[in-house]
Write a protein that binds this ligand. Structure first.
Ligand code: ADP
Length: 301
């Protein structure tokens, strides 16, 4: 087991941030820690990385106790904090050298992580000359330089533009093939793009713990498709298994299918056969979205 959390509670004064939280993360999993802002995600991550202490409860990271074996926990964990604090005046290699010295590890690791995180073309620059996407890569390189077994990433994709977002997601997925990854986000799509399991937290309490493959609706699926001009909804309704078609905005349509077979190739063929142009095509996981809304929306008064 890479992470085992047992009954952790933490308050800041009168504000309860975590309330008897328990969960486990197995070796090799990429687990999304999903919850609205203020749910307690960062607090949990700071506890797991030994930056703050819980009021009650225990946690083991890579088999080490966060209270009694904090140094071993730190050695086992690579942490990318929410706002990725970097020394902007330093050069990339200089900053990584500084990090290797802190961890007392050979500097030969630096070139390895530069390559692994795709930093090579920008590695000669000062950090303040880098885009937000490359700054995140520097943060990830720092988190990886001591070759930890577990990576804890607090909102790793926040503030990235769409291209950077895709690149960082791909990088995290690649890293996740070799390491256990526990990442927080308030964006459901991030979980769908990177994780095999999701823990949903709301008001300091775990409200769901699900494998993504269990969440994929066995009966229904929604395909979002954008064409380059307007099409009659009734026309799209001719697609096999299409039960509902909705023009959500512009030329974007949401088509519900009553089958578990991936209908994206069929939509593509349909467009091609009818000389329609597709600008975007995506399958939406209906269940994760509805589960997240249901479990984290404030009750209607
Ligand atoms: P998340 O990461 O999910 O946005 P946090 O763990 O940052 O949530 O915060 C959980 C709750 O604890 C929030 O209500 C937040 O305002 C509060 N909180 C977090 N850090 C502090 C702090 N240092 N002092 C007081 N309250 C805090």
């Amino acid at each position: 087991m890479s992470i085992r959390v047992t009954n952790i509670s933490k308050s800041y004064g009168a504000q309860k941030a975590l309330d008897q939280v328990s969960f486990e993360v197995k070796q090799g999993e990429i687990v999304g820690f999903l919850g609205p802002n203020g749910a307690g995600k960062s607090t949990m991550m700071k506890i797991l990385t030994t930056y703050i202490h819980p009021d009650h409860g225990t946690a083991l990271v890579n088999g080490f106790d966060i209270d009694k074996q904090a140094i071993d926990v730190k050695k086992s964990v690579g942490y990318l904090p929410e706002h990725n604090p970097l020394y902007l005046e330093m050069y990339v290699r200089e900053y990584l050298l500084f990090t290797t010295r802190v961890y007392n590890i050979p500097k030969s690791k630096i070139e390895e992580v530069i390559e692994l995180t795709g930093l090579t073309p920008e590695a000669h620059k000062k950090i303040n000359q880098l885009s937000k996407g490359y700054r995140q890569r520097v943060g990830l390189a720092c988190a990886l330089v001591h070759d930890p077994q577990v990576l804890i990433l607090d909102e790793p994709t926040t503030g990235l533009d769409p291209n950077q977002l895709v690149e960082i997601r791909e990088l995290i997925t690649t890293i996740g093939k070799k390491k256990t990854v526990f990442l927080s986000t308030h964006i459901m799509q991030e979980v769908e793009a990177m994780c095999n399991r999701v823990l949903i937290i709301n008001n300091g309490t775990i409200v769901a713990d699900q494998y993504l493959h269990d969440l994929i609706d066995k009966e229904d699926q929604i395909i979002i498709v954008e064409f380059d001009y307007r099409i009659e909804e009734a026309f799209l309704q001719k697609l096999p298994y299409a039960s509902h078609v909705k023009n959500t905005h512009g030329f974007v349509y949401e088509i519900t299918f009553t089958t578990s077979t991936d209908m994206r190739p069929k939509v593509f063929d349909f467009a091609h056969d009818n000389t329609l142009k597709i600008l975007q095509l995506a399958r939406k996981n209906k269940n994760l979205e509805s589960l997240f809304r249901e479990l984290t929306s404030p009750p209607l008064s």
